[in-house]
Design a protein around this ligand. Structure first.
Ligand code: PMP
Ligand code: GLN
Length: 391
């Protein structure tokens, strides 16, 4: 197991969950929702079990799910695909790993934006490839932006052109959302380098400031080179169900499926059917989840900001605020997180744990900690109170 920073061992999420448990601190670390899945969805899954969907699902996923995902892409993002483009995967994590294993040549390079979800470097290492990164950095206006000069350099590096450009939008942990223009630029670079564009859109539904999510497959003209990955975990508070999907041209989808069949073969059969039935109904849950997340962000972010010198981001989307403590302390994010856990009962995720050791992003986020506001309202309120006390 290779962590983002190159160390080997348990993921940062597992480590920080243990730190919270051992210290009795409020756990604002792992992006695991503290509010439950809606009853309508749970009932639909229970009905699917009672209806007998309890054995292996088809390798591509249940047709009803493939149909529901194709419809959702079209309705929400104008991404027109057929069920033949869609593959069920065991969460976005398996979709990303299967796509990387299927599409990356031995010794090939993946360009990813940094900080990044920690499964990326492990999947790339498993595929025998190497990772180059482009930082997403805080801007003077209080937002975040990719370092485009570094991007331009990486996509034209002689002898090291990326075979895959991996984009996470909305981005974990910053909430940065790539615009249509950004994506067109990435698409042009992908054409020039003859690279795949692999996306990770797990926060696609959780836009907080009203800026629409732009699906890379829609903004990029040569959409045949785009492989879209997303999942239901974040939108539906079902991270334990592990229902994700890959969307690609049918022959690309087949290639990814041929790898996926030897990873898990298939999983979550009745849950796939329950989700399919709910997605094709008239549920208002995702919109409610969005406003509930906004309310919890509105409790946590101002409390972080009340700490003199702390700079807390206003997330455009997703589950997290990134708080930069560098004006307050010389401690790095790991030391500070540990101190805050033991002395002030608050645990987050040190952002450098989502960066490669020695990278520009690692340095820029040296004293930054990510806090999740997807936790229960009570935990978010407790976290906010603890920050108020600290202030
Ligand atoms: N990508 C990102 C950016 C994430 O934050 C996460 C964690 N939820 C995942 C992928 C994994 O998604 P899943 O649980 O569907 O595998
Ligand atoms: N994606 C979640 C996060 O960023 C964690 C998922 C995991 O624990 N693997 O917090």
């Amino acid at each position: 197991l290779i962590n983002a920073d190159g160390t080997i061992g348990e993921t940062i999420y597992g480590q920080m969950t243990a730190l919270a448990a051992n210290t009795g601190a409020v756990n604002l670390g792992q992006g695991a929702p503290g509010t439950d899945a809606p009853a309508e969805l749970i009932n639909a899954a229970a009905d699917a079990m009672r209806d007998g969907f309890n054995q292996y699902a088809p390798g591509q996923g249940f047709p009803a799910l493939l149909e529901a995902v194709a419809q959702q892409r079209s309705q929400d993002f104008g991404h027109e695909v057929s069920p033949q483009h869609v593959l069920y995967t065991c969460g976005a994590t398996e979709g990303l790993t299967a796509a990387i294993l299927a599409l990356l040549p031995q010794g090939g390079t993946v360009l990813a934006f940094e900080p990044f979800y920690d499964s990326y470097p492990a999947a790339i290492a498993a595929a025998g490839g190497s990772l180059v990164t482009v930082p997403i950095l805080p801007t003077v206006e209080g937002g975040f932006a990719p370092d485009w000069a570094s991007f331009d350099e990486a996509v034209t590096a002689p002898g090291r052109l990326p075979s895959i450009i991996l984009i996470n939008t909305p981005h974990n942990p910053t909430g940065f959302m790539f615009s249509a223009q950004d994506l067109a630029r990435i698409g042009d670079a992908a054409v020039a380098a003859d690279a795949w564009v692999l996306t990770d859109e797990v926060y696609e539904q959780l836009v907080l400031d009203g800026t629409p999510h732009v699906a890379p497959a829609v903004a990029i003209e040569d959409s045949a080179r785009v492989v879209t990955v997303s999942s239901a975990g974040k939108s539906w508070n079902t991270t334990g169900w592990k229902i994700g999907w890959v969307i690609a041209e049918p022959e690309v989808r087949e290639a990814i499926q041929s790898v996926k069949q030897f990873l898990t073969f298939t999983a979550s059969g009745p849950l796939q059917v329950g989700l399919a039935r709910t997605l094709s109904g008239a549920s208002t849950f995702v919109a409610e989840n969005r406003s509930s997340l906004q309310q919890r962000a509105d409790v946590l972010v101002p409390a972080c900001r009340a700490v003199p010198g702390a700079i807390a981001s206003t997330p455009a989307a997703g589950y997290f605020t990134v708080v930069d403590f560098s004006a307050l302390t010389d401690l790095d994010a790991f030391e500070l997180n540990d101190l805050l856990a033991r002395r002030y009962s608050i645990v987050g995720i040190p952002v450098p744990a989502l960066c490669r050791a020695g990278s520009p992003a690692h340095a820029a986020y040296r004293s930054s900690i990510r806090y999740s506001f997807c936790k229960s309202a009570a935990d978010v309120a407790r976290g906010a109170q603890l920050f108020d006390d600290l202030a």
